[in-house]
Design a protein around this ligand. Structure first.
Ligand code: OSB
Ligand code: MG
Length: 374
């Protein structure tokens, strides 16, 4: 049993090293919500992957803060969980708010790994010593600017290039990239920027030998993606619409996609991420780990998750330096010239937290404790 002594919520402001543009907007600075869960002398950390605005999903930094502060934090503080996997039961009364839930559940898994004295990857059932890394490249001011970024990422060793796309930043971009690099592993991510009337246009993506096209249609859809997938040779990968194992089963059954992106926050934490992973594996569907511009804490969790067997495609799990001048973990996450991250062998999340830096970046904090017994 892990008695919870205190849960400390913080919001940090972290400017990105480079602005990140998707079909739904530009991010220049992250508002990162961290949870520090203290239990019997150990500290587990969790990061909320909600965006600054409810544009990727319905959660945002502010909604997650409220739900953590008033609902999930008090629920967890009143319990003494044994495993990270107990959290879905503890939080079952709260509907949705999966990114908020994942913040605390992942911190408990981190705590549990420390208590057991084993790496988090091992606690999760991971089998890899190294994971394969790709990059997600935002929409750029021009095609030449994009080509420069791609050249730099390939030189750094990344194994797969994913391009953010939208109407007006797609066919010509893919043509130019493919003609310069005919052989690279290439994919694109529309973040729901297209509609069914764009089907003919989307079919022309088949020319570019893409590994996949991620979430072309509505953020909450399976059916229309299945209609599109029937006509498209390129594999569809679903991101936004997969909220849990049942969604993964529905999408696989309906043939809405051939690949699944697993994000810890989007599915509500490690338990459900493992469940999605297993469901996909049993049905021969490959998965990879998505990213949400995380700080080193969320990144450490993504790295550990990516060691599970069916994470067979390079993830959007890249080096700290691509995002931050200074990351809040020590050592920073680095990627080898072969485009791999080596899994740390120390207990817990594998990266130390830089408390001094976190303190400097904190703009608000709140402590939650169990109500005193009367
Ligand atoms: O759709 O995968 C996405 C970032 C923010 C919101 C959604 C997405 C992304 C990324 C970035 O693609 C991945 C990364 O962290 O590098
Ligand atoms: Mg995506």
């Amino acid at each position: 049993m892990m008695k919870i002594d205190a849960i400390i919520l913080r919001e940090l402001r972290m400017p990105l090293a480079h602005p990140f543009e998707t079909s739904f907007g530009v991010t220049r600075e992250r508002r990162i919500l961290l949870a520090e869960v203290q239990s019997e002398g150990l500290t587990g950390w969790g990061e909320c992957t909600a965006g600054e605005h409810p544009f990727f999903s319905s959660e945002s930094t502010d909604t997650a803060w409220e739900v953590l502060r008033h609902e999930l934090g008090p629920m967890l503080a009143a319990e003494s969980p044994q495993h990270g996997g107990d959290c879905p039961r503890i939080f079952r009364q709260v509907r949705g708010n999966r990114m908020a839930k994942a913040t605390l559940e992942n911190a408990i898994w981190d705590l549990e790994a420390q208590r057991e004295g084993i790496p988090l990857a091992q606690l999760l059932g991971g089998v890899r010593e190294r994971i394969a890394c790709g990059v997600s490249i935002g929409i750029q001011p021009s095609i030449p600017a994009l080509l420069d970024v791609i050249a730099r990422e390939l030189a750094a060793g990344y194994q797969r290039i994913k391009l953010k796309c939208k109407p007006g930043w797609d066919i010509e971009v893919l043509e130019r990239v493919r003609s310069r690099w005919p052989e690279i592993m290439l994919s694109c991510d529309a973040n729901s920027a297209y509609r069914l009337r764009d089907t003919e246009h989307l079919l022309s993506f088949d020319e570019f030998d893409l590994l996949m096209i991620e979430q072309p249609l509505w953020h909450d859809d399976f059916y229309y993606h299945s209609l599109l997938q029937k006509r498209l040779n390129t594999a569809i990968c679903l991101d936004e619409s997969i909220r849990n194992r049942r969604d993964a089963l529905a999408a696989i059954e309906m043939e809405s996609c051939r690949i699944i992106n697993i994000k810890l926050g989007r599915v509500g934490g490690f338990s459900e991420a493992i469940a999605v992973h297993n469901a996909a594996q049993e049905r021969g569907v490959a998965v990879w780990c998505g990213g949400m511009l995380e700080s080193g804490i969320g990144r450490a969790h993504n790295i550990a998750l990516s060691t599970l067997e069916n994470f067979s495609l390079p993830g959007d799990v890249s080096a700290s330096a691509r995002y931050w001048e200074e990351d809040i973990v020590e050592p920073a996450v680095t990627v080898s010239a072969e485009g791999e991250i080596t899994i740390p062998e120390i207990p817990g999340r594998g990266y130390e937290v830089r408390r001094d830096l976190i303190e400097r970046l904190t703009v608000r904090r709140e402590t939650i404790r169990a109500m005193a017994m009367v």
